[in-house]
Design a protein around this ligand. Structure first.
Ligand code: SAH
Length: 454
């Protein structure tokens, strides 16, 4: 069947919506066209790049009318870099967009019509919020470069600063890049699987100021190792740890199995509220600590703890939410699939002198049913799964276990909606949804949801 437009057509389109990845949606005779960088209410001249049966993709050529929500993206490489998608939308516009996305998905996928989705909790300053930079290194026109990937590709866009990164982290990355360049260290090449340095990773504990640098290399040997461990801490006394991670595989995954501390401590510390955390090179740690605090406070409020409750924290990472809740609960059980994270979680419990928390490494969907069989029943169950949402076996156990309350923390509204539908059918009522903006300038949305047993 012929589509109303074809590849390379140049046409005028009026846009009325934004997709989940931030592209404008316009329609030509009912046929949807997705175009990045245009906003609802705008009219634009576009070029059709690709057509499929029910929809197509285009590229903005010229804006004909401009939305009052449009702002100048402050970043010089915004149009090339794949890191941010919403810099051209005002921050108030971004928060509105995220709330609407959540509402739309909960209704469409979850069948939840009259759900109270609260206005998104945003940041006072939605820039420079990230505590972790991880950039691939490469070569372009004979020059050593490091930066983020282009949209939908593995071409590196060279970057000398990034407006959503902590500024000090930015400077550390530039220093590492300079040393590597001066020493003539060969960047890793994905195509040929040759070269040495793959990624530069730096993480800052924003509340302590401590920084960790990780050099991910293909080879065990790191040439000029002495220069790195001398010059980085000399330039940045905030650096407390320098590590090397070895990833010799042909893979997109950043880290390999082996990590060696080259200099200083094995970990850095950070605090969220009054809880202190040790973070090692491979630990998962939320990237926006200011909003993490907001998120965890919301989770704590929804948990409604009085001190008498048994709490299960599924997908607990290094035990962040578990420890946050432990101060207000009788007993907390945390489960997480990465054994190293569970090691960290145990250290963190000790560090905070909390002895009412138990951690176990394993799959939430296996460990929690086993606990339930042993008689461990949660009054409050917290889940914070990865993007794919909760495993069905876990959802079934939750329904059987019947905790008074469930607090669902989600980084993916679609799988959240799918899981809420199952939990609603299983006897729970979705009471309130609070989106929290953990990732300003990007399309990612985080939510905390409170469910009560019906
Ligand atoms: N609650 C933590 C971590 C959330 S990220 C925090 O706020 O910091 C999700 C976590 O789920 C990751 O640490 C990931 O390793 C873990 N995970 C993924 N699949 C899992 C599974 N099947 N069972 C248990 N944990 C899992």
């Amino acid at each position: 069947m012929a589509t109303p437009v074809k590849k390379n057509d140049i046409i005028d389109v009026t846009f009325h919506d934004l997709t989940h990845d931030g592209s404008g949606v316009g329609k030509i005779d009912g046929y949807a066209l997705f175009v990045p960088n245009v906003l609802p209410g705008e009219k634009a001249k576009i070029k059709v790049l690709k057509t499929k049966k029910g929809y197509g993709y285009g590229k903005l050529l010229e804006l004909q009318t401009s939305s009052p929500d449009r702002v100048d993206p402050p970043c010089d490489i915004y149009d090339q870099c794949g890191g941010c998608q919403l810099q051209h939308l005002s921050y108030a516009g971004q928060l509105n967009y995220k709330r609407n996305q959540v509402k739309e998905v909960l209704e469409r996928i979850g069948g939840l019509k009259d759900i109270h989705v609260k206005p998104v909790l945003g940041m006072d300053d939605p820039w420079r919020y990230r505590n972790k930079v991880q950039v691939p290194v490469g070569v372009k026109d004979g020059e050593f470069i490091a930066g983020f990937y282009q949209k939908r590709s593995h071409q590196i866009v060279d970057m000398d600063h990034c407006l959503i990164q902590d500024s000090l982290n930015d400077e550390v990355v530039q220093k590492v890049k300079q040393i590597a360049k001066d020493c003539g260290i060969e960047p890793y090449n994905e195509q040929t699987h040759r070269g040495i340095l793959r990624h530069i990773v730096t993480r800052i504990g924003q509340n302590t100021g401590e920084i960790m640098v990780v050099l991910v290399t293909k080879t065990e040997e790191l040439p000029f190792r002495k220069r790195f461990i001398k010059e980085i801490p000399e330039a940045f006394p905030e650096v407390k740890s320098i590590a090397q991670n070895i990833n010799s595989k042909r893979t997109n995954t950043i880290f390999g199995e082996k990590t060696n501390t080259l200099w200083g401590r094995e970990e850095i510390y950070d605090t969220i509220g009054d809880i202190k955390f040790a973070i090692s090179a491979r630990s998962f740690y939320q990237v926006n600590p200011v909003q993490t605090h907001v998120l965890y406070n919301q989770a704590l409020e929804y948990a409604g703890l009085t001190g008498k409750e048994t709490v299960i924290d599924a997908y607990c990472g290094i035990g962040t939410i578990s420890l946050f809740l432990a101060k207000k609960a009788k007993q907390v059980y945390g489960v997480e699939i990465v054994p190293q994270a569970i090691e960290d979680a145990k250290i963190n419990a000790e560090l905070n002198e909390l002895d009412n928390v138990t951690f176990e490494a394993g799959k939430a969907e296996e460990v929690i049913p086993a606990w339930y069989k042993q008689g461990i029943k949660a009054d409050v169950l917290v889940v914070d799964p990865p993007r794919k949402g909760c495993d069905e076996a876990l959802l079934n156990t939750m329904i059987e276990m019947k905790p008074e309350r469930i607090v669902y923390v989600s980084c993916n509204p679609s799988t959240l909606a799918r899981d809420l539908k199952i939990l609603e059918a299983g006897g729970f009522k979705t009471v309130e949804v609070q989106p929290v903006d953990m990732f300003p300038q990007t399309t990612h949305t985080e939510c905390v949801v409170r469910l009560d047993l019906k």
